[in-house]
Every structure is written in C-alpha cells, then in structure tokens.
Design a protein. Structure first.
Length: 99
C-alpha cells in the first residue's frame, strides 16, 4: 500500500508493459491482526529483549537472531496460525472493521 507503488509513473509503466496489477482502491488494507508475520516478529523481539548481552557485530546479531527465530517458529507456529484463523473468520463475515 506504499504510495510509491501506486504513483502515476509506476502505474503507467505497468499498463504500458501489459502487466496486471491491483489498483490501490481494490487492494486489501493493511490489517496486522491477521498477518502472522507481525505476531512472529513480536515474539522474536520479545525473546531478543530478554537477552542479557547486546551483540557487538552484525554477524553475532545474525547468529543470535537465527537461533531465536528458529526456536520461536518451532514453539509458536501453530498458535500464530490459529490466532490468524480466529481473526480471519470475523473479517470474512463482517469485513475488517468487525475485529
């Protein structure tokens, strides 16, 4: 939904190239409640915040983040998807504002 994605130059180029795209008014709004990745990142950030030491290099951070994200994925995958399902059902029946 970034404005740059829907700028007149961008949409004109897509039309010239015969590329199918969804107009901004037909695109689904940003609904973080049903985006599992948002929940996943929140859980990862929470786990990272519990660490006692801060990584001094990007490689150190990458190693720690890889470990944390793998653990969170293993332990929370099912719960995240179930939460999404609970949130998607009302949207399907009543729209985004039904949450």
């Amino acid at each position: 939904m970034a404005p740059s994605h829907y700028a007149s130059k961008a949409t004109e180029y897509l039309k010239e190239q015969n590329i199918n795209f969804v107009l901004k008014n037909g695109n689904v709004p940003n609904v973080p409640q049903v985006e599992g990745i948002e929940t996943f990142w929140a859980l990862c950030k929470s786990e990272y915040a519990k660490l006692k030491t801060v990584q001094k290099t990007i490689i150190g951070f990458w190693r720690v983040w890889t470990r944390i994200s793998t653990e969170v994925a293993k332990t929370s995958e099912k719960a995240v998807m179930q939460k999404n399902l609970r949130n998607l059902r009302p949207i399907g029946w009543g729209g985004v504002k039904s949450l």
